[in-house]
Design a protein around this ligand. Structure first.
Ligand code: ACM
Ligand code: ZN
Length: 726
């Protein structure tokens, strides 16, 4: 019935032998980390019949808390409520080894925050009921207790409303101009057109919504519905244009608060929605990113402002939100909205969901309102989680696993006696770039594990190093469930590089989750288990392509790191610019293009060197005459969100004396239609090698942004990160 767990000396031996991946023996790999845990020496096989559960509010005060005891009599879970029992059983499952053994243990545990949220945008792309249930399963596994269901937005209205059937039936847009996704460049669609061409269609029937709410309830998750207003409502104002300002274009996407019937419309929708979500104390009304121009131009809105003594459109927004709030309150529910609901004065009972940063939540809490923290630069899971070019197109910034883990919903600016107003935190997944369930899971996992621990475990008990070791087991659990998790945190990257005194390039590698072997080659071949093991640096002495991979369980994990052109003929050449590069995108200065540093697929990566409206026109002095066979150069383009375009033409001249130059390569560049971020390498091989000391390169700038670009007619930029001469 029991066996000894080897601790102490054995653990030290393992560490000394360099095997640091995975849990240390004796370390219990529970995510999220329990508040208090005492582990004994023995372990016991625990079958289904050996587990007793009960609720005892006298022993466990938090309804989500539990005590778990494993001993010779089996396992006992005492919960402060049903949720506590549920979480206690999850912990028991996690500490069980594959043969069913559990260490002798005593755990006392309860969450730090009552709001542990996860959001999903089903408007930009629709996800069917079956996937929503699977999503809820994943959330429950991570002790998320709020599912914020973003049911409406510009692209589509995803919930059936009996009184206004066109919302769901007609307002799944085929094409829409969405402020968050201008590149989609879509137009309005009705159902008949949608059937033929639309991949954005779909909505949940009321029966499906009830089924999902019940499914979530069984897993101790409250579904908080979101009905966006007054903005992000293109779909709705397309179906029912009478509730937009009369002066606005059809499908303008902003409701008219000058029109009383707008409030009747929204209140009737709210009543039907609240009826479907009996468990949710809240209705989320969005409230974010509302352009005020339409209200400024609308006679009804202007009349409303005069009648109500509102000084500006921000106060009109506040009027709108307060009126909606009083209706929600009259139904016994509370309103929550994004931090823009603070504009023009916060509604009396509102809870603020702070997404643009922490500030909105801090202001709300210090003013005595509840707040939930969802700051985009920590917990927007539609942002990148890895810097390797293998990562799928993502939105916004870089929220890797350590970044998410470092999130603390209670910043020091919250006054000590107001901290209880921070209900917790949440991560959001907006789906402009995410079309499939597999992709949603990839963005969610493993970052949800970091969120889970950060929202459940007290700060003092958090430990990134231990969390990283626990992730080894967590990956296996994900694999066993068949969930599509990302290994981005295992992918190696160049952490630092410099030239040493001998002119050699010293490269240091890292991965966010350390402790796994990284193997590399310098000849461009894919590393195998027999390739060189990375220790603390790689010294590159001759031209090389560095290729590195992290190995986990005997196979490469994550993506390959590939760094081409190390120590090529241009490395550390003098670069003479005929026209200067343009601030602020200097790439780091005159050596940026020849420093063997490569940029990430984002316009704000500082390794990009930019040229605004001008051609890139520079001459490399290689220092001595050499046989030159060609030039390799990389450019960036990201049509949807930047003014950076590929060049239209690339020309290379060579010269032995720096005076007489001859054309060695010249080619037009086909435009790249893809609106997503692209890094395009160009290999300009000469017809035959040329003896040259000077290499002149011109990349012709498009100069003006073309038709169809969100800023058509504006100045175009060129972005390059590296030039190699071979
Ligand atoms: C938001 O991301 N606009 C709430
Ligand atoms: Zn109006």
């Amino acid at each position: 019935m029991y066996r000894l767990i080897y601790t102490g000396l054995f653990a030290l031996t393992l560490l000394a032998s360099g095997c640091t991946s995975g849990s240390r023996p004796g370390e219990i790999a529970v995510i999220p980390q329990p508040a208090r845990m005492t582990v004994g020496q023995r372990s016991f096989r625990i079958g289904a019949g050996d587990i007793r559960t009960r609720i005892d509010t006298g022993r466990v005060s938090n309804p989500e808390g539990y005590r778990l005891t494993v001993g010779p009599e089996g396992a006992e879970v005492v919960g402060g409520g049903e949720a506590g029992v549920f979480y206690g059983l999850q912990t028991l499952e996690q500490i069980k080894d594959p043969e069913g053994y559990v260490p002798e243990i005593e755990i006392e545990d309860a969450p730090r925050f009552p709001w542990r949220g996860m959001h999903l945008d089903v408007s930009r792309h629709f996800f069917p009921k079956e996937f929503i249930k699977r999503y809820i399963d994943i959330l429950a596994y991570h002790r998320i207790n709020v599912f914020h269901w973003h049911l409406t937005d510009g692209i589509g209205w995803r919930i059936a409303i009996d009184r206004y059937p066109l919302l769901a039936e007609r307002a799944a847009w085929r094409r829409v101009k969405d402020p968050k996704a201008p590149w989609i460049g879509l137009e309005l669609s009705d159902r008949s057109r949608r059937d033929s061409a639309d991949t954005y269609g779909g909505y949940y029937t009321k029966e499906e919504v009830r089924e999902i709410v019940a499914y979530a309830r069984e897993r101790h998750i409250t579904v908080v519905p979101e009905i966006e207003m007054p903005g992000h409502s293109e779909a709705a104002t397309f179906a029912y244009p009478e509730y937009a300002c009369p002066t606005a274009q059809p499908g303008s996407g902003i409701y008219c608060p000058g029109n009383d019937s707008t409030f009747v419309f929204l209140q009737q929708i709210i009543d039907e929605v609240l009826d479907l979500f009996p468990d949710s104390p809240y209705l989320h009304i969005g409230g974010d990113e509302v352009g005020k121009e339409q209200w400024h131009a609308c006679p009804l809105c202007q009349a409303r402002m005069r009648a109500e003594g509102l000084r500006d459109e921000h106060e009109l927004q506040s009027y709108f939100i307060r009126r909606i709030e009083s209706h929600i309150n009259s139904k016994g529910r509370a309103m929550i909205g994004f931090d823009e609901i603070l504009e023009g004065g916060l509604a009396p009972n509102a809870t603020v969901m702070s997404w643009t940063g922490f500030e909105g939540g801090v202001r709300a809490a210090n003013a005595g309102h509840d707040a939930v923290m969802v700051p985009l630069y920590y917990v927007y899971f539609d942002h990148y989680q890895g810097q390797n070019p293998c990562e799928p197109q993502a939105w916004g910034g870089y929220n890797g696993l350590p970044r998410v883990y470092s999130f603390d919903p209670v910043p020091p600016e919250v006054e000590p006696d107001k901290r209880h107003h921070i209900l917790g935190g949440q991560a959001n997944i907006w789906t402009e770039n995410i079309r499939t369930p597999e992709h949603v899971e990839y963005m969610l996992l493993p970052r949800l594990a970091a969120l889970s621990e950060t929202l459940w475990t007290d700060t003092a008990a958090k430990d990134w190093g231990r969390f990283g070791r626990k992730m080894d087991r967590q990956f296996d659990r994900y694999a066993a469930q068949g969930w599509n998790y990302a290994e981005s945190a295992l992918t190696p990257f160049v952490a630092e590089q410099h030239f040493n005194g001998n002119g050699e390039l010293v490269v240091r590698l890292a991965a966010e989750l350390s402790g796994y072997p990284i193997r590399y080659t310098l000849d461009g071949s894919v590393p195998t288990e027999r390739s060189d093991l990375y220790a603390d640096s790689i010294v590159v002495r001759e031209p090389a392509t560095l290729t590195a991979a992290t190995f986990r369980g005997g196979r490469p994990a994550g993506c390959l790191l590939q760094v081409p052109g190390l120590l090529n003929r241009a490395t550390r050449a003098a670069v003479l610019y005929a026209a200067p590069y343009s601030a602020p995108h200097t790439g780091g200065g005159d050596t940026a293009l020849v420093d063997n540093r490569y940029a990430f697929k984002r316009g704000d990566d500082r390794a990009w060197q930019g040229f605004r409206e001008t051609d890139m026109n520079l001459t490399l002095d290689l220092g001595s005459e050499q046989p030159v066979a060609g030039v390799w150069i990389r450019f960036f383009q990201h049509l949807s969100t930047t003014s950076v375009m590929l060049p239209t033409r690339l020309t290379v001249w060579t010269s032995a004396d720096g005076v007489n130059f001859a054309v060695s390569a010249d080619r037009a560049v086909d435009p790249e239609e893809d609106s997503e971020a692209v890094i395009r390498p160009f290999d300009l091989r000469f017809p035959a090698p040329v003896a040259a000391r000077f290499v002149r390169i011109r990349a012709t700038n498009r100069k003006t942004l073309p038709e169809g670009h969100p800023r058509a007619g504006g100045a175009a930029w060129l972005f390059a990160d590296e030039v190699a001469v071979y």
